[in-house]
Write a protein that binds this ligand. Structure first.
Ligand SMILES: [Cu+2]
Length: 174
C-alpha cells in the first residue's frame, strides 16, 4: 500500500515535471513570435533583442518615396512636412498621384492605413486625405508614429473607375 502510493506520487511528480519543462520550452520557442505582440509596449526600450529588431530589419526593405501601385495603375510619391520623419510628432504628407504614363490623377478617393508588421499593431492615429490640392496632389493629415522601427503606410486609391493600392515602408529611429 505504502509502496503503491509512493509509486503514484512519483509518477505524478514526473508528469508534472515533464509538463512544466515542455511548457517552458514551448514558451521560449514562441517568444520571438508572441513577445512583440503582447509585450512590445513594455519591452520597446528594455529588451536588446527588440531594439535590434527595430533598428535593423532582417531583409532589405524598399523605402523609396516614389512607388508604383500594386497593379501598376498609378505612380505615387509622397513628401513629408516633417523630414526626416521622427517619432511622436503629428504631421502631414503631400501625396502625388499620376497615371503610369505620368498624367495627374484628379479627385481620387484615397484612404490611409498602416502599422508595424513585426509588432502586429496598426497606426496610432487615423490619418485622412483632407484636401485635393490640384495637379494630382493630395494633403494627408494626422500621421504620427509612436515608436522606432519598420512602419508600413498604405494608400488605397480609387480614381477614374479603377482601384489600386501602394505601400510605403519607413524605418524610423528612436
Ligand atoms: Cu510597434
Amino acid at each position: 500500500m505504502l509502496r503503491g502510493m509512493k509509486k503514484t506520487t512519483a509518477i505524478i511528480l514526473a508528469t508534472a515535471g515533464i509538463t512544466a519543462l515542455f511548457t517552458l520550452l514551448l514558451f521560449i520557442y514562441l517568444m520571438p513570435t508572441l513577445g512583440p505582440r503582447f509585450m512590445h509596449g513594455r519591452m520597446a526600450n528594455a529588451m536588446p533583442a527588440h531594439r535590434m529588431m527595430n533598428s535593423a530589419p532582417a531583409f532589405n526593405l524598399n523605402t523609396d518615396r516614389e512607388r508604383m501601385t500594386d497593379n501598376g495603375l498609378f505612380r505615387v510619391s509622397f513628401v513629408s512636412e516633417l523630414d526626416p520623419v521622427a517619432i511622436n510628432q503629428m504631421h502631414s504628407w503631400t501625396l502625388n498621384v499620376v497615371t503610369a504614363d505620368g498624367r495627374a490623377v484628379e479627385n481620387a478617393a484615397i484612404t490611409v492605413d498602416g502599422g508595424m508588421p513585426q509588432h502586429g499593431h496598426g497606426l496610432p492615429t487615423s490619418p485622412q486625405v483632407t484636401e485635393y490640392l490640384g495637379d494630382g496632389a493630395y494633403r494627408v493629415e494626422g500621421l504620427r508614429f509612436q515608436m522606432g522601427g519598420w512602419w508600413e503606410v498604405k494608400f488605397d486609391i480609387e480614381a477614374e473607375g479603377q482601384t489600386d493600392a501602394v505601400t510605403f515602408n519607413l524605418v524610423l529611429g528612436g
